[in-house]
Structures are given as structure tokens and as C-alpha cells.
Design a protein around this ligand. Sequence first.
Ligand code: PEP
Ligand code: MG
Length: 599
Amino acid sequence: MSTEQYGANPDRTAAGSVAEATAGEAGTVPAAAGTAAGVAGTAAGSVRGVGVSPGLAAGPVARLAAPAGEPAIARLAPDADLDAEAARVAGAAERVAGDLTAAAATVDGERRELLETTAQMAADPTLVRAAQQKVREHHLVPARAAWEAAGEVADQLRALGGYMAERARDVHDVRDRLIAVLTGAPMPGVPRRTDPFVLVAHDLAPADTALLDPTQVRGIVTAEGGPTSHTAILARALGIPAVVGAGDLAALTEGRQVLVDGGAGTVTLDPDDATVRRAAERAARVRTFDGAGRTADGHRVALLANVGDQAGAAAAAAAGAEGVGLFRTEFCFLDHTQEPSVEEQVAAYRPVLAAFPGRKVVVRTLDAGADKPLPFVTATEEANPALGVRGLRTARRAPEVLDHQLEAIAQAAGAEDAEVWVMAPMVATVAETEEFVAACSRRGLGMAGVMVEVPSAALLAGPILARAQFASIGTNDLTQYAMAADRLLGSLADLSDSWQPAVLRLIEATCRGGAQQARPVGVCGEAAADPALAVVLVGLGVSSLSMTPRALADVAAVLAATDLERCRELARVAVDAESAQDARDAVRAGLPVLAELGL
Ligand code: PEP
Ligand code: MG
């Protein structure tokens, strides 16, 4: 979590801008987006960022309180009652533990576990005793004592490594809460309220986002973050409209009414009642997916789901996904220090295949490395892990791990009725393709393909697809590598945008290679979940789109309202644009259905 104060961030991203006009003036939403959204024209002003989770949401702003930060080294007065000051630390810990336990009781699943773990940490006497000792022996004020004691406890946990090291984050969370109680500062983290609100934050930590309750948090606006940031991915998975990379958030003051348009990337300030009503009506329309993606003129586009485990596969099947376009197998083994046995892998893969009998399931071999290290195949000492031995490249170091995985996939495929396709992440060359296809073939896996995530693979799509049966474009990494912008870095949100015309040209090149070899090209990166971008992808020649199950109905609805020729026209417009914003605005302006659907 960032400790920077809201609105104090002077270096706005290029994508972010704030424009507040005087009351009664027309809104500052660009004409294209304003027309497309159809709801922003009457507002007094707006904030612009990158729309990453489509939908409209209105409500009062609730700001995520940043931790108060490190208290100054201050000592108690010589005549202070040291026992009473020490007791304040224990009282604060009791209150923090109590609040967290009460909050845990209101939620379930993973969210409950997270809150209960932090509550236990607050109730653990180790931290309190260490802080009290500092009050009594060093006469530190309680807040400073809690800060220093937490630092020591966190260091001890880190030294133990593994699971215990991860608990250091909980100690910091408890520390920040103790300091809030002891100093009277606002409690850090997502506010808990009875009424729904629009959450406004400089940035969200993964745990903050995981804890969001979609019935409470109507919309999200962050200063930082890009389309592939964890905030964006989780907001889409939860179905919460979100605008990230908005830069200066000073206009979004606590309690101010706003309307978030997570498709257009705008936040309208003080929207009038009629605007809010129209937005609510549109947002309330429940769309379902009938299980067959197609354009208005009947051109088939398979709409598939991205999953990481059995529960994800069940949710995808329930949402009507036509199959699985990306099974991220590494998610099954992120906590493993040793290579999982073939039997263990078969047991992890079979339930995912079982959720889609007779349907396509594209299993991706382990994409270990960078932000998803797996200790049994990845090196930790690389200076640039995103450019290092990750994805298929780990087979250079540990070819047997890939071979065991292919054996497990083949066994799981043999035991279930799904139509199993296999693909490798991070393929860069024709030779890598040949080797992977041959390895699959030795295990009897005939449908072997590659992910196009590295620009070289996009440019070599013709010869690569002469060897591979199919390609699936990972737009998250393709954008990262084409734009040389770390996908996790919020400050480069404007570059980490799959609407960048250079990225679209690489997708076009991949589709050209697919057409030459008559091989299917799909997209399984986050771009597929953006209904407007999905239209562009289909126009470029993509034949399947794989996304978080929540996005299926929206993407299906927009495709169903757009014929193939229009998809092609809009793809041309996007590819010929000179900036990501121009491409997005022009395509959105050409798709009035987005406004009709509140996307
Ligand atoms: C991608 O890079 O677009 C992709 C789908 O893979 P991941 O997000 O798992 O890296
Ligand atoms: Mg990737």
C-alpha cells in the first residue's frame, strides 16, 4: 500500500487529467466518450483515467485511508505514568483485534480467513509485550514503541522464511492499525460503511482488493495502476466498474457524488439525479450469455474463460463459457517448493477438464517466473526476471519438469472427455515452437500451440504457425514487451495499455500469420474482456476470446450487436490511430451499443 497522501501526487500519468468546470458548464468528458456513454454530458466536471472494468456506478466517494506512516521518535515526559502508557498499547491491540474479528464475522471464504489471520496477529501478545517494554524501559511514546516493536517482530518472521516470512505483512498491517488507534489517525484500509460507495485510492494493495465487497464498493478509482495491474484484473473478476491511472485525485473529496464509467475511463463529478438514475437503470440490466458467441451477422467467435483451478472452472461453466481458453496451471502450484508429482498434477487438472465435457480446454504449461516464481524451476537471482528464464524458457534448465507436466496433461486428458489443447507461454522463436510441438507429440498431445506474448513471435507468426496448431495472444505480456513497460508498474499505466496502436499492429501481424497457415488465433489476455477492444480483435481476425467469466455476457452482447464488417472497419480505425486514447475513443464513439448497455 502506498503511504503517499492522496492528491499529493504531482506527476500525473499522461492518461490522467482533471478538469473541473464551473457549475452549469458542460462536462469535460471528450465528445466521443461522452456521446458513447451518453450519461456524462450534464455534469459539472470530470476526472479522466483508464477504464479497466466496464460498467457504470454512482455513489459518494470514500477515500482509502493511507497508513499514518512512521511516528517521530518522541519520549514521554519524565513524570509520565509509564504503566498507564503501556496499558494504552494493550488497549489499542484489543480494539484492533476486536474490530477485525467483528469484520471477519460479516464475510466468508478467503476474505474471512484474511481478516481472522490479521486479528490473531493483533491478539498475539508478542508484539504488545515488545512495545510495552519500549514504553517502560526507553520511555518511548506508545505509537513509536509500537512502530519499533513491529519492525523487530517482522524482521524475526522474515528471518524464519517461508510461510512465517509472509506473516511480516500482517505485522505491518496490525502496526498501522495500532498507530491509528494510538494517534487518532483514520484507520487505514478500505472503509467499512453501511451504505455503498465509490472507493478512491492512490493505489490498492492486493489484499485491499481481495477484500472488496462488490455490494459495498460500487466503483473504484485509483491514481496509479494500469489495465493489467492486479487492481484491474480483480475489479473485472468482481464485476466492479473501475478507472485506474487517473493521476491527480484532489477533486474526488470524501463524500462527493461521482459517476464512474469503467468503460470510457471517466469519473463525472456531481452528476445530476437524472444522470444517476439512467446509469442505475443501465447497470441493473442483467445480461446473460447464451453459450455461443457470434457477431450480429452470425460470424462465430468462441467465448471462453480464463481459469486457474477447479473453482474457477466451475464458475466459468456456470457463466456459460464455451470452454477454457487459458488454464493457468502454475496457479495450482504457487506454494510448492518441490516439483509436484505427476499424480498430483493429474489430480489438479482433471476437475478442470471435467467441468467441460466435450468442450475445448486449453491447458497452458507452467508459466513460472517474473511475478509468479516457482522455486523448483525459476532462478531467484536474475536482475530482470521478466526478461529472464520464465515460461517455456524454464525447460532449458529443467526439461524434465515440462516433460512430466505433458505426461500429466496427457493422463488427465485420457481420463476426461474435454477436448484438450496444450500451449506454451513466452515462445519467442520458430525453434522453440518446433521443440515444444515435438515434446507434446511424444506424449500424444496433438493440439499443440503457442502463446504470442513476445513481439518476435507476433512478427514470426507465419513460420511459427506452420509448426504449431494454433496461437493464443497473451496481450498482457505482449503489451509489456512491445511497450517496454513493466505490467505491474502503475506509473506507466498509459504505456501498459493494449489499445496502443503498436500492440494492435502486432496482433494484426499474428492474425495475418494465422490466416496464411489457416490456423486459429485467439486472445486470452485482459484485452479480450474489454467489450470495445473485443470488437477490434474480431475485426483483426481473432477467432476466440478468453476472459474472466464475469465479462462473457458483456462481450457477447456487444459482439451480437455488431456485424463483422463493422468490426473490421473499427479495427482499421484503431490500428491507424496514433495513440491508445485516440484508438479507444474512436472505437467507442463508433459503438453506440456500449452506451445502450451502460458499458
Ligand atoms: C498474458 O500475458 O496476456 C496472459 C494471458 O498470461 P499471464 O497474464 O498469465 O501472464
Ligand atoms: Mg503472459
